[in-house]
Design a protein around this ligand. Structure first.
Ligand code: HEC
Ligand code: HEC
Ligand code: HEC
Ligand code: HEC
Ligand code: HEC
Length: 460
């Protein structure tokens, strides 16, 4: 079923009766298959599709090669690693298949740094995406898209005309598989180190027919080329592609509620609280995609009537590998950065910074060949437990807290906050990733109030 796009790949062109066949090369085999000149720059689309282009330029996907953290990870880690270790040699070209697809297709490997201003900087461009006619094989992954660059833009509407190009009506554009060609990644060990599309396939939203485009390119009434004879439509796809780099997208994507088993508690007594954490809005795990570097955590604090504040550690559940999901103040990880950069005395970096010790972390630990946690997804030989939030599902966390002797009588407010960080803070600091990349974003918060009563007298 999955290769229906390839088999049914005759693409009908609305204004010309031209037939384009979705045939290779794709993936690694497409290296060097199309010179840069095969693709128009975004600036030429902007002559008519001004709004869409300006909108798209704000997205991270547009910056897939120029964004500082991408530059650092490719040039300071992946590229040197590829030169040293045969097993991962393929990433020298491979990273670019998704991040600098024009450079990959042109065979310009490794691309020059962004400061050199080559066409690699165009990243995932308008013309690249609108030249994709299908993908090769059964599963979309590792840039196995098939491109047919030229005068034809792959579109979705029949009966539209453009003075700038031909239009092909291609149902592949409406599919999640289009996105999956870059949003699923298999590493040299054959592991799915990025699986946003595969996760989506299992989601309740996928069963309901909701695709990536519905949430990341929502429809609005308008006209995509008002000055060039474009028609008004009630449902023009907004090219937002907003994700983890959009605080508004993150806000509320994870919901939190907390309740206490009793409405009173006493110093020295135990108070049991339960927090319910919900992946309310994404049709994939949260975090998804670059899960190797994301931190999503639940912080629970109590403030008593005297203003004293206490941080509550989460109760253990006892599953294998749970230690990776509970923040430690001093655990070290990411030692492979030292191996890659040839630093003999490198002990590693704080695994969980800046998460407070004892907090629950919803993550998928990526482990290097020596079993140490890594942010290098291409150097991942195994995974720890997948303790991320699944689509439209909730997780309960309990806190069995013995109130300290000094707790003040009166109201006690317990606050549960869900935080999201795009990159582990210690890694960001070590690699000098500019802010705001590692700044935590508050996703949601909820409180419950309990009354602290005088401790019951015991004995005579
Ligand atoms: C000279 C003006 C002009 C230029 C330049 C131009 N377009 Fe268009 N394009 C249009 C018009 C007009 C339409 C029709 C819009 C409508 O009526 O909905 C259109 C439609 C489209 C569609 C939608 C097809 C469909 O039916 O779904 C796509 C996709 C598209 N253009 C992509 C591009 C890309 C990518 C570029 C740059 C490589 C580009 N266009 C450059 C004018 C232009
Ligand atoms: C040619 C490869 C490619 C295709 C096809 C592609 N993406 Fe992406 N996308 C990327 C890359 C690379 C990034 C990461 C950019 C970065 O980190 O600099 C990304 C990032 C994103 C982000 C994250 C933005 C953020 O703020 O963190 C979203 C959302 C996204 N893409 C949605 C989509 C959707 C929806 C589709 C299908 C309609 C799609 N992508 C198709 C390569 C692709
Ligand atoms: C029901 C709406 C919905 C659908 C469908 C959906 N997403 Fe998302 N997506 C979200 C929300 C909300 C977020 C923000 C929370 C987060 O970062 O995980 C997000 C985040 C992302 C991110 C950033 C994730 C990270 O952790 O860095 C990427 C990439 C992404 N989506 C791609 C996709 C792709 C590709 C598909 C289809 C295979 C898809 N999304 C389908 C709602 C959706
Ligand atoms: C990651 C892939 C991707 C990129 C990059 C991208 N588009 Fe699109 N575009 C799509 C998809 C997918 C649709 C159609 C979605 C649907 O209708 O299901 C679309 C639809 C369109 C349409 C038709 C809009 C409508 O609904 O009438 C136009 C015009 C268009 N794109 C132009 C552009 C231009 C210009 C750029 C560069 C700024 C661009 N696209 C970048 C994937 C992309
Ligand atoms: C199969 C396509 C693909 C390949 C191959 C790939 N990436 Fe990515 N990369 C993506 C997508 C898609 C995202 C966005 C995922 C998300 O936001 O969840 C991403 C995100 C990233 C990010 C995080 C961006 C951010 O701001 O959080 C970095 C850094 C990165 N990639 C570097 C690399 C390096 C280095 C390589 C090669 C070792 C590589 N990528 C290979 C598709 C790919």
């Amino acid at each position: 079923m999955k290769h229906r796009w390839l088999l049914a790949s005759a693409v009908i062109v609305s204004s010309l009766s031209l037939v384009v066949w979705a045939t290779g090369p794709a993936g690694d085999a497409a290296l060097g298959a199309h010179p840069y000149e095969s693709f128009e720059p975004n600036s030429s689309c902007a002559e008519c599709h001004t709004g869409l282009v300006r909108q798209y330029e704000q997205s991270l996907m547009h910056q897939s090669f120029t964004h500082p953290w991408d530059e650092i990870e490719y040039f300071d880690l992946a590229l040197p690693h590829a030169g040293k270790v045969e097993k991962v040699a393929g990433v020298k070209a491979g990273c670019n298949g998704c991040h600098a697809p024009l450079a990959f297709l042109a065979g310009d490997i490794p691309p020059k740094r962004p400061a050199e201003g080559t066409r690699a900087n165009e990243g995932v461009s308008c013309d690249l995406c609108h030249s994709i006619v299908g993908f090769e094989g059964e599963v979309p992954y590792n840039f196995n898209f098939i491109v047919a660059p030229g005068d034809v833009q792959q579109g979705v509407r029949s009966g539209t005309e453009s003075p700038g190009h031909e239009i092909a009506v291609n149902p592949f554009m409406t599919s999640a598989e289009l996105c999956g060609t870059c949003h699923n990644e298999k590493d040299p060990w054959g592991l799915w180190v990025k699986a946003t599309h595969l996760e989506w396939q299992e989601s309740p939203q996928a069963r309901a027919g909701i695709v990536c485009q519905d949430c990341h390119m929502p429809k609005a009434a308008g006209n995509s080329a008002p000055e060039a004879g474009g028609q008004d439509h009630p449902d023009v796809r907004q090219h937002l592609f907003h994700g983890a780099h959009d605080d508004g997208k993150l806000a509320g994507a994870v919901e939190i509620r907390i309740h206490a088993a009793a409405d009173t508690a006493a110093a020295g007594g135990e108070l049991v609280l339960t927090a319910t954490v919900v992946n309310a809005k994404a049709a994939h795990s949260i975090p998804s995609g670059s899960a190797e570097e994301r931190l999503l955590w639940l912080d629970v604090t109590a403030v008593d009537a005297a203003g004293r504040s206490y941080r509550l550690p989460v109760d253990r559940k006892g599953f294998e590998g749970e230690d990776w999901t509970i923040a430690s103040a001093d655990a070290l990880a990411y030692q492979d950065i030292g191996d890659i950069q040839g630093l003999p005395d490198f002990k590693g970096l704080l695994r969980d910074a800046p998460v407070p010790a004892g907090a629950r972390i919803f993550r998928l630990p990526y482990l290097d060949p020596q079993g140490r946690m890594t942010i290098a997804q291409w150097n991942t030989a195994a995974f720890g437990p997948d303790y991320r939030l699944q689509p439209l599902a909730a997780v309960n966390e309990t806190y069995s807290w013995t109130l300290p002797a000094e707790v003040a009588p009166g109201p006690l407010t317990v606050t549960a906050t869900v935080w999201y960080s795009k990159v582990v803070a210690s890694v960001a600091e070590f690699l000098a990733i500019p802010p705001p990349e590692a700044e935590p974003v508050r996703m949601s918060e909820h409180r419950v109030r309990v009354v602290v009563v005088a401790a019951e007298r015991t004995g005579t």
